[in-house]
Design a protein around this ligand. Structure first.
Ligand SMILES: C[S@@+](CC[C@H](N)C(=O)[O-])C[C@H]1O[C@@H](n2cnc3c(N)ncnc32)[C@H](O)[C@@H]1O
Length: 207
């Protein structure tokens, strides 16, 4: 792993542990809600396995998961395309926080943060014919079916759409169960829930 990325991931990982174990409420603008480190490794393996170079993330927060993606893209040998990550965040304070973290990690040149409501930004991205190898859905759960339907046409065959919080926290279950049924009804997708971290839905786009 690249040292500058590792240093920032280590600091953010400590803050994430602190927030998870803290009994006092964390300020909304500083709430990380990050993936777990084993989820980061799992995504890194997936990205390298499919030789991903273009990633779309819905829900940036501090940029912790984005940094895992950046490291995987930069260390995928033989990548012919320039790595690029588009990540969407509606909270302006978190946009600034993530920007700082990307600068410190030296990945500002391959990351684009799009500030705004994810549904609006995804509609805009669709109009400009963007294509992605890997999508990570990790924002509000109310719009999660829309996020899947809007991103599926932008994913290449053999690309992957992932969604966090399939198993935890338990209060997300009604939304996540609907999401699992929704993606499994699509003939063009093969999908499974992997019990890692908070539970990840992995949906492969078939030819
Ligand atoms: C679970 S956190 C993302 C964590 C991040 N992926 C990580 O693992 O480090 C979800 C983020 O989505 C943002 N968000 C929630 N609803 C959104 C929406 N409708 N559009 C864009 N961002 C949204 C929140 O502000 C929050 O920062």
């Amino acid at each position: 792993m690249k040292k500058r990325i590792l240093d920032v991931l280590t600091l953010l990982g400590k803050e994430s542990d602190r927030q998870r174990s803290s009994k006092s409420r964390v300020l909304l603008d500083r709430e990380m809600l990050a993936i777990t480190p084993d989820t980061g490794i799992f995504f890194s393996i997936l990205l390298k396995a499919i030789r991903a170079s273009r990633v779309l993330e819905i829900g940036t927060s501090s940029g912790y998961s984005t940094l895992w993606f950046a490291d995987a893209l930069l260390s995928t040998a033989g990548n012919r395309r320039r790595p690029s990550i588009v990540t969407i965040e509606s909270n302006p304070s978190k946009v600034s926080w993530a920007e700082e973290n990307f600068k410190k990690a030296g990945v500002r040149n391959i990351t684009t943060i799009m500030e705004g409501k994810a549904v609006d930004i995804l509609r805009e991205l669709r109009r400009t014919a963007n294509r992605f190898d890997f999508v990570f859905i990790d924002a509000d759960k109310e719009n999660i079916l829309k996020y899947f339907d809007l991103t599926l046409p932008m994913v290449r065959t053999g690309g992957i759409i992932t969604a966090d919080n399939m198993l935890l926290p338990v209060h997300f279950r009604p939304h996540m169960n609907k999401y699992a049924s929704h993606v499994r009804r699509k003939a063009s997708v093969q999908s499974v829930t992997v019990p890692i971290g908070m539970g990840e839905e992995i949906s492969l786009k078939l030819g």
